[in-house]
Design a protein around this ligand. Structure first.
Ligand code: NAP
Length: 491
């Protein structure tokens, strides 16, 4: 009877610790031998990952004897020529400046797939790309661009610990398929970016610094600076001019906390404003088959980032607000107020109106933050992928507008009747909450206008493909064209 305990717990692993899959693939004549030129950081990580994925790896070095200790023993380290001759697919893990030193390998690499993993020093807008340059140096090889978006660290750790997608491009579909297969087997997801002409774009990818966030973040910063200065003038400069007493202690918390909700609300309104513009433009044009202006296109695609910036400001505002009573200044003010009341003989300072204002305003704020959190969570790709289109638009559009309504209500209740008090207009400047309400109110009114049945019906028709300028008639089979009068009801 076979000894149960001698069986490995994990199927596929032999006693010696190596995997059967590895053994099988090494003996499989269809598994390509992978060559790597260069013995630097990238080469070492790549070699380890390839060996772990069951490939036979041969590394080509200018000085193999010096580099052999850097690689696991399963990896063969030899001269560049030997590696190029033995390998079926060759990764060029050498800086692009040194690509030309490899031309002596031209005949050995002819007919083989070369994977260019190189990155340029910065964004290269004019081309040619490193991969195109390599392809010119080796016209008889098939160059595939890829793996440059992975760091040596990601390769070493494996796909579970970082980026999984690997953009690839190349002119030979056979070579590209081969590299895609290798990529899959290493646990990454290849993303086909087309021909080698896309290699410039692929090379530039690691150099982009949050390109889709630039405008929303800039917008958030500009709004913050504006509201901060506005509140600074009202809260710090005005008392200084009026009483000669500066309230500079308000700068780090109070003025910041007065500015953050303003930015959050305006940013949230900016999420829904481009949708309104798009709807009104479509109504005006009477078609959806006309391109929006570029600025609107870009704005529409940046709505998620605007929303997340709004969420960031709202969360920070909530944290600041919770910390307000912890400050020494708040405690002094409270005890001074109590003392003044005792001095004035006031026994009960309870003010029903103030109490209600506060209860409602805090409640609306919490609700708005809750809805914004929901929007933020569902905008994460891993969560969004679990929702169908209807669920996603329901949350992002309908609940998003609910968030805008509650956030607007939060600001309106905060303002209450203060907007009508002359004391709230220092230097004849309206309070910031009045200023802030303009855009959200405009967006909400626009949304209400779009909900009017006549407008909504026309927009619905346009979004189903109806065009005002095209006299197309849909006739059901057997229906006659009557008197040449156009019936556009089904269009
Ligand atoms: P590295 O550590 O400097 O290694 C480069 C290797 O190129 C050297 O070890 C050297 O190996 C070889 N080489 C061949 N001919 C050469 C020559 N004429 N002059 C100098 N070296 C020569 O660089 P690396 O970080 O591994 O990067 C290699 C390539 O991968 C680069 O194109 C880089 O853009 C790309 N890449 C790197 C990373 C990363 O995280 N490191 C990420 C993405 C892409 P021998 O002396 O043994 O021949």
């Amino acid at each position: 009877m076979p000894d149960e305990m001698s069986r490995p717990l994990v199927p596929g692993w032999s006693e010696s610790g190596g995997s059967r899959q590895l053994e099988a693939s090494l003996s499989d004549p269809n598994t390509p031998t992978i060559g790597i030129l260069g013995t630097g950081d990238f080469s070492r990580s790549l070699a380890r990952r390839l060996v772990a994925s069951g490939y036979q790896v041969v590394v080509g070095s200018r000085s193999p004897a010096r580099s052999v200790a850097l690689f696991p023993e399963e990896v063969e380290v030899s001269s560049q020529m030997e590696a190029a001759t033995q390998a079926d697919v060759v990764f060029v893990a050498v800086f692009p400046e040194h690509h030309s030193t490899l031309v002596t390998l031209k005949s050995a690499l002819a007919g083989k797939t070369l994977v260019d993993v190189s990155n340029s020093l910065g964004i290269n807008r004019d081309g040619p790309s490193n991969a195109e340059h390599l392809s010119n140096l080796f016209p008889d090889s098939f160059v595939v661009k890829g793996f440059n978006t992975l760091s040596a660290w990601t390769l070493q750790m494996g796909p579970r610990h970082g980026i999984r997608q690997v953009p690839l491009c190349g002119n030979s579909s056979k070579a590209k398929d081969l590299v895609k297969h290798i990529c899959h087997r290493m646990g990454f997801i290849p993303v086909d970016m087309g021909f080698l002409s896309s290699s410039l774009e692929v090379e530039n990818l690691p150099h982009h610094l949050f390109p889709s966030w630039r405008i929303p973040v800039l917008c958030m910063l500009c709004l913050f600076i504006f509201f901060y200065l506005y509140n600074f003038i009202q809260e710090v400069i005005h008392p200084l001019v009026k009483t000669g007493k500066g309230a500079f202690y308000k700068m780090p918390i109070e003025v910041v906390n007065a500015s953050l909700p303003s930015v959050a609300l305006v940013m949230l309104a900016l999420v829904y404003l481009p949708g309104l513009f798009a709807a009104f433009i479509q109504l005006q044009w009477g078609t959806k088959y006309k391109r929006f202006p570029d600025w609107l296109d870009r704005w529409l695609t940046a709505r998620k980032q605007f929303g997340l910036c709004s969420f960031l400001c709202a969360v920070t505002h909530a944290v600041y607000s919770l910390s307000l009573p912890l400050r020494k200044s708040a405690r002094y003010k409270l005890s001074n107020m109590a003392y003044q009341q005792v001095k004035a003989g006031v026994e009960d300072s309870w003010n029903d109106e103030e109490v209600w204002r506060m209860e409602l305003y805090v409640s609306a704020g919490i609700m708005a933050l809750g809805l914004l959190s929901l929007l933020a969570v569902t905008s994460l790709p891993s969560v969004a992928n679990t929702l169908n289109w209807r669920e996603f638009t329901f949350i992002q559009s309908s609940l998003g507008f609910c968030a805008l309504v509650t956030a607007t209500a939060h600001t309106l209740i905060f303002g209450w009747n203060r907007a009508f008090a002359a004391a709230r207009y220092p230097f004849y400047l309206p309070p910031s909450f009045v200023l802030v309400l303009i855009l959200p109110c405009f967006v909400l009114c626009g949304r209400l206008a779009l909900l009017l049945p006549c407008v909504a019906a026309r927009l619905w028709k346009i979004r189903r493909g109806w065009e005002r300028s095209r006299q197309i008639r849909f006739a059901l089979p057997g229906e006659d064209c009557r008197n040449g009068v156009e019936d556009v009801s089904n269009v």
